[in-house]
Design a protein around this ligand. Structure first.
Ligand SMILES: [Zn+2]
Ligand SMILES: [Zn+2]
Length: 355
């Protein structure tokens, strides 16, 4: 949940792996003032695009311009025609939305992890299913009904951005390895998110980002997401990619010290969990927890803050540290009653709890 500090003046940046693979970072404005990076990678006979932007307004134009400027720079035409593969890191619209634009223009094989596959291939269905789940979640979180309606409308705005496309392969079917690229499944931020390693460089997608902690939502909305999976996946990537020289995220700046950044993010969640435990010495709803953690927010950030708060409450509840204060009221009502969570005991040392 963050905005990017960059402006429209951002240009393509180049990187090179220790084995000579060439990497081009293309900045794209996925949403107004929200930037995402797509990477073009040239290695052996592979011409790979990692992610595609959002398909919103400037996004496709930014991609086209990026490819043009790379072609000029290397004196060789690299367009959608020349691509051999499109690797999608995860099923969020700022990363795969542009597929609706790229797919009709390329023969490249499109890949995703199987647990995020439906986001790309059954998009319309998923929006309906998830928005229903969100309605229930927001009602149970203590969000006022008129606000629930507003949040649903916001969520459904993305419907116009994309229409389902078929994919050609999944990483897991391919043994998590395609040519010199190696994938690691790091569930949490989404169910099927992967990081991709090429030689001594790691593409960390939205799993590890510089400066901000990647967004978390409760697993009750989508299986295999949630803070528990995410924290496990942080440990996994720290081990798997301990020796990478450089980490390139999908947002924000490159990361020089991956293990240190992983530990910072774990620290941020530990702090947030402790704050929730403290606040829940008195019973509160998730909407109130969200307010306590993030204060007054507006627009889409309301939705993100409610999800983030819910992910932390869920994590503590799953581990037996929270109870429900108004259980009887909930049980007796026909309607969805906001759940009031309450800390059990005196509160624990959260750092001991983290994987
Ligand atoms: Zn994401
Ligand atoms: Zn993203």
């Amino acid at each position: 949940m963050a905005t990017q500090e960059t402006e429209r003046t951002q240009t393509v940046k180049n990187f090179e792996t220790n084995a000579g693979a060439r990497i081009f970072q293309i900045p794209m404005e996925a949403f107004p003032s929200f930037w995402v990076y797509t990477y073009l990678v040239l290695v052996d006979d592979y011409r790979v695009l990692i992610d595609t932007g959002s398909n919103f307004r400037n996004s496709n134009e930014d991609l086209e311009n990026g490819l043009k400027s790379i072609s000029k720079q290397i004196g060789e035409s690299i367009g959608f025609n020349e691509l051999t593969h499109v690797f999608i890191t995860h099923g969020h619209i700022d990363h795969f939305g542009g597929l609706a634009y790229v797919k009709p223009r390329t023969q490249a094989k499109i890949g995703i992890h199987s647990l995020d596959r439906r986001n790309l291939t059954n998009y319309e269905e998923r929006l309906v299913v998830v928005s229903k789940r969100m309605d229930n979640y927001f009602m149970g979180s203590g969000v006022k009904p008129e606000r629930v309606q507003k949040l649903r409308d916001l969520y459904m705005l993305s419907k116009a951005l994309y229409s389902s496309v078929e994919v050609d392969f999944t990483y897991d079917e391919e043994g998590m390895e395609i040519g010199p690229f190696k994938m690691l499944h790091v569930p949490g931020h989404t169910a099927g998110i992967v990081v991709i390693r090429l030689h001594d460089i790691l593409f960390s997608a939205d799993h590890v980002i510089s400066g901000i902690s990647p967004h978390q939502a409760p697993e009750s909305l989508t299986l295999n997401t949630g803070l528990g999976h995410y924290l496990d996946s942080l440990i996994a990537v720290r081990e798997w990619a301990a020796d990478v020289r450089l980490t390139l995220g999908s947002h924000k700046k490159p990361i020089d010290d991956l293990p240190a950044r992983v530990d910072e993010i774990r620290g941020e969640h530990a702090k947030r969990l402790s704050k929730v435990m403290e606040y829940l010495a008195e019973p509160h709803t998730i909407a109130e927890v969200s307010q306590d953690l993030f204060g007054e927010v507006s627009g889409y950030n309301v939705l993100l803050a409610l999800e983030e708060a819910g992910a932390h409450v869920e994590y503590l509840y799953q581990r037996g540290l929270l109870g429900i204060d108004n259980l009887q009221e909930i049980g007796e009502s026909e309607k969805i009653i906001p759940i009031r969570y309450l800390r059990l005991g005196e509160g624990n040392d959260i750092t001991k709890l983290l994987p």
